[in-house]
Write a protein that binds this ligand. Structure first.
Ligand code: AHN
Ligand code: ZN
Length: 333
């Protein structure tokens, strides 16, 4: 009996070995040198998977702070990050809205390789705006937005990045932070006394109160509005001011990968976004990858802060080029 089993195992093993041997085209001899550090391949970003992560968020409805959809989405996002191997925590805090009202903040933090000293910070915002105040129809200006592009796209890409971190080298740490209350800035129709800095409440809070004392990362990348059909990414000007070398690194990775139809080698606008407090308060050089349209009035895409920011405007190719670029940068090959 034993001998038969061993024979079967030997045959199966030989078959597998032969199969694998063919698949590597005989290259295994070159890479088999045990004295050389192993080279990790860059994972392939799956655009369908990312698209589903975007859609699932949007299906909850507008993720306006304090809403049921917001609460449900929090659970979904922290559960996903945990399943992809992150140490997950929810940072809770309080902020002040444009009109002086207090607001609860729930920043979602996923840590990969917690003890690695060399760290990269990846961020996006997971809340969606309570007001479609740029909508063509005035009657919709107080309607909450779905934020498929404005919010969910960046988060969806980061979830797909997270799913691909199982082969992350041990000496690289990644922190994914999904900021809350980014998009509760004063609507144009508010005429009362205004609290300045009414955007980016969650990232301001984290920048002043990092989840770990003296938290450091080598650099940060913010993804905001990274799923739009026909999106172009210009070099956002605060990113250039604070983190020029990271802008260059990211744009050259993208252009080398053939994504020059999306990543434009020109400067865009100055955009107030979650990267600003990270640069100003935390002093971590952080860039913003954000769609820029020089032909539009506000510089953003035409669905920005309207009820049309839904799945119809989300393009898998855009998700792919941004997501693959981030993976190429992280795995630095
Ligand atoms: C301002 O409109 C001042 N900043 C844009 C930041 C933003 C809003 N990103 C997404 N929504
Ligand atoms: Zn917004």
């Amino acid at each position: 009996m034993k001998r038969i089993n061993l024979t079967i195992i030997a045959v199966v093993a030989t078959t597998i070995f032969t199969f694998c041997g063919r698949r590597t085209d005989g290259d295994d001899e070159k890479t088999a040198n045990k004295n050389e550090p192993s080279v990790v391949a860059v994972p392939v970003f799956n655009q369908d998977s990312a698209y589903n992560f975007v859609k699932t968020q949007v299906d909850f409805g507008p993720r306006v702070p304090n809403s049921k959809a917001h609460e449900n989405c929090l659970e979904y996002l922290s559960d996903k990050l945990g399943k992809f191997g992150a140490e997950v925590s929810i940072q809770k805090g309080t902020g002040t809205l444009y009109d002086g009202q207090k607001i609860d903040i729930k920043n979602i933090i996923g840590t990969f390789n917690p003890s690695a000293e060399h760290r990269i910070l990846l961020v996006a915002h997971w809340d969606s705006r309570p007001f479609a105040d740029q909508d063509a129809e005035r009657s919709k200006h107080k309607t909450p937005i779905l934020g498929a592009n404005d919010g969910a796209s960046g988060v969806g890409i980061l979830l797909e990045v997270a799913r691909n971190l199982t082969t992350l080298p041990e000496n690289t740490g990644i922190d994914i932070i999904l900021f809350d209350v980014e998009d509760y800035g004063a609507p144009y129709f508010y005429k009362g006394d205004k609290n300045e800095n009414s955007w980016c409440i969650g990232s301001q809070y984290w920048s002043k109160n990092p989840h770990k004392a003296d938290y450091r990362a080598e650099y940060g990348i913010l993804l905001d509005m990274v799923g739009g059909l026909g999106a172009k990414f210009y070099k956002e000007q605060y990113s250039v001011r604070y983190a020029d070398n990271i802008v260059e690194k990211v744009w050259s990775k993208a252009i080398n990968a053939g994504f020059d139809g999306y990543f434009v080698n020109k400067r865009g606008g100055y955009i107030i976004d979650d990267h600003l407090p990270i640069n100003n308060i935390r002093n971590i050089p952080t860039i913003d990858i954000i769609q820029y349209d020089p032909s539009s009035e506000n510089g953003f895409n035409r669905h920005w802060h309207t009820t049309k920011d839904d799945m119809n405007n989300i393009d898998k190719n855009t998700l792919y080029v941004v997501g693959q670029t981030v993976l190429n940068v992280i795995f630095d090959l």
